[in-house]
Design a protein around this ligand. Sequence first.
Ligand SMILES: Nc1ncnc2c1ncn2[C@@H]1O[C@H](COP(=O)(O)OP(=O)(O)OP(=O)(O)O)[C@@H](O)[C@H]1O
Ligand SMILES: [Mg+2]
Length: 354
Amino acid sequence: MSGRSRHRSALVPRAVPPKVSASLRAYAELAEAVHSPVMLLGPQGEILAANLAMRERLGGRVAATLRECAAEYDAALGGRYDRHASVTVARDCQGQPADETVHLVPFEGGACISVEDRTRLAALESAHAQTTRLASLGFMVAGVCHEVSNPLAAVSSMLQILQSRRGVTPETLDKGLASIAGNIARVLAITRKLGDFSRVGAQGPIPLAIDDAMSEAIMLLRHSAWGGAVRVEYRGAAGSRALACPGQLQQVLFNILLNAAQAMHGTGCIEAEARSGPGARLRIEVRDHGPGIAPEAMPHVFEPFFTTKRSGEGTGLGLAISSEIVHEMGGRISIECPAHGGACVIVELPGYEA
Ligand SMILES: Nc1ncnc2c1ncn2[C@@H]1O[C@H](COP(=O)(O)OP(=O)(O)OP(=O)(O)O)[C@@H](O)[C@H]1O
Ligand SMILES: [Mg+2]
């Protein structure tokens, strides 16, 4: 006998009028085939049927009424089963804390209840985000091999020249060592950025104040090689929060500010603004007064390893990584070159409302 048919007796409605019981039996059979927890109730909350997933969710406690076997659901629904409702319930489920959404759909002579396990959903979403991140990382690997093997090949040839000691004057030795140092710095910059990107956040997304993330990014810029003489005028959006992993939003904002500072050769004023937009979205704009982006470069700026900077100044990963992070957060990133000059990066994020 299969596991499902062994539990079948719990589906057979008891004390139900005959005319209701035929269609109810059909509904109950249907519910049993569903993997989510589903329960059929009579008008007073009496349990007419509960599928296997629901019986397991309730730890096998299927009593006569909803109030008796799942008091938390009954309380959250206000003891009413005659109207559509979706309520959240936090309860202990077989010794584990669980966040659930209970949906109630009334029908003639009763109601159907289904339960969504938000805790499991959050874990699945986090696993999916990590899979997406790793897939993007895999896509980058081909580029990484190319980007890393070029400087390593240059280091190797330079070492061979220096090791041969043929025609190596003090000047060529200095030049050779500087070239080796530059190439190794490039490899390190690439591996460090990819390391940041692939790291699984110790903490999942939490509500983060956009102004705090921007202040920290401005601080990072100030301490970087490019930020000393750059002024950032920031118009904030007090109280606006985004659901983001700590450190990631700051990394995105820092990459954008750094590009702006580099475009202005480390001097001048960057204008940044955050504001709440329609549909509880947050819009962040970062404007600079650099040369802007050439039309032929524009389609490539979010591609991994696309850079117009001199060797040693850019790996071409800043915007590619920022774009991955922003998309993972359910947002969008774009870049525009206004007619009056400079560049403007726009980040739109889903806002968080308690
Ligand atoms: N504010 C800006 N003004 C002008 N060009 C920009 C600006 N931001 C980005 N770009 C262009 O987009 C390219 C890609 O930027 P991205 O941040 O991805 O890489 P990078 O700055 O070159 O290197 P990395 O950020 O990895 O050190 C830059 O090389 C530059 O050509
Ligand atoms: Mg950059």
